[in-house]
Design a protein around this ligand. Structure first.
Ligand SMILES: [Zn+2]
Ligand SMILES: [Zn+2]
Length: 382
């Protein structure tokens, strides 16, 4: 079924007449990941759901299917809608667990683990601070109808700590937890560069297992039992002592689809440049070229900077979002998109738009209007 990204807010710092603050819902085969959750997110989510019901029969977006809430950073335009939305889901008797993940610093994680005060220089927007206050406002097992897990990570070190919403105690985890029941998609945090701890989120479809090499099994005259072991992934030792490596009996697995949402970041984020090329990159483009000094100062990207990052990542499909309120129409944004002779398709997003990544690796931009969505194929060869 591929991956369907619903873009529910394309404004930066504050909402405008036509744009709301950040928040996206990424629909995967086994559930939904929400990435950022700015003020009023629940209204936009339910409006999108209503529009789908009206215009796209058979496509749903149920809050109960949201298994994980991923924060790119703690700035309030990315977080302020989460607690009220959780309270609404509780009023609706949600009972499925919700995993909440976000970036922090090593010093904050140390303080949480030792039960001491947060370091003096901790940023006001630190997620640990916000989450603790939400816990005290009822985002815990006794206040909500559904179980929650709150996990903060030092992205650079890949170190993860879980905060207990009830007791306030913190425990170190071996690895970043994945949403319950997800087997075909995996979530990954990638280091970005912003004025507070930040990360991008990658959602990767796990490569399908390659075909079992029946021919080789026949040539080796393997018994049915030996074949079954190898097919399961267990190595087999032959009577002559030779070891057959199960992995060598599976062809190369197909590389899965992947989508990355950058969150707020300066161009050339280290985690983006060092990861495998995704099928689709959704990247912030807060400023136009005329404000490039502001982009440098506040660790945001310009349109050209987002394009440069995509080109360094060798991406074929780039979608731009998170526009400063100075940007009145998207023409000014697309005018600054210059890909040279590189194969790169770039679209400028509006609230309500969708990006559909098909099983075959194709990407469509579904443009929202009051009549529903109209499809525009993104072709990297345009
Ligand atoms: Zn922002
Ligand atoms: Zn920010």
């Amino acid at each position: 079924m591929g991956i369907d990204v619903h873009v529910l807010g394309t404004a930066s710092a504050r909402p405008t007449n036509r744009r709301d603050v950040s928040g996206s819902a990424v629909k995967c085969p086994e559930g939904i990941a929400v990435i950022d959750c700015g003020e009023g997110f629940q209204n936009r989510f339910s409006h999108q759901r209503k529009m789908l019901k009206q215009h796209e029969k058979g496509t749903t977006l149920k809050p109960g299917n949201v298994d994980v809430l991923l924060f790119t950073h703690g700035h309030l335009d990315h977080t302020w809608g989460a607690l009220p939305w959780m309270q609404t889901m509780s009023l609706d008797h949600r009972d499925t667990p919700l995993l909440i993940l976000g970036p922090s610093t090593g010093a904050v994680l140390d303080a949480l683990l030792s039960g001491s005060e947060l370091p003096k220089d901790t940023h006001p927007s630190e997620l640990a601070r916000q989450w603790r206050s939400w816990h005290s406002l009822g985002a815990n097992d006794s206040g909500l109808s559904f179980p929650t897990r709150w996990v903060l990570g030092d992205i650079n070190k890949n170190r993860w700590v879980e905060l207990n919403a009830q007791t306030g105690k913190a425990v170190a985890l071996d690895s970043m937890p994945q949403p319950i029941g997800w087997s075909s998609c995996k979530i990954e945090a990638l280091q970005t560069r912003h004025s507070v701890p930040s990360c991008a989120w990658a959602i990767k479809q796990v490569g399908k297992r390659g075909k079992f090499d029946r021919l080789r099994a026949a040539e080796l005259r393997l018994t049915e039992e030996q074949r079954m072991s190898l097919a399961r992934g267990d190595d087999v030792t032959l009577e002559n002592g030779d070891l057959l490596d199960a992995d060598s009996f599976r062809g190369k697995s197909g590389s899965g689809l992947s989508v990355i949402l950058s969150g707020d970041t300066a161009e050339g984020a280290p985690g983006l440049l060092s990861t495998a090329t995704p099928t689709l990159l959704v990247h912030e483009a807060t400023f136009l070229e005329a404000q490039s000094d502001k982009a440098v100062e506040h660790l945001h990207s310009t349109v050209a900077g987002a394009v440069r990052t995509a080109q360094q990542m060798k991406v074929s499909h780039l979608a731009l979002t998170h526009y400063s309120s100075r940007i009145k129409d998207l023409e000014t944004v697309s005018n600054e998109v210059d890909v040279g002779d590189v194969h790169l398709d770039v679209v400028c997003l509006n609230d309500g738009d969708r990006l559909r990544v098909g099983e075959d690796g194709s990407v469509s931009h579904l443009v929202f209007s009051q009549e529903g969505w109209s499809k525009r194929n993104m072709s990297p060869n345009r």
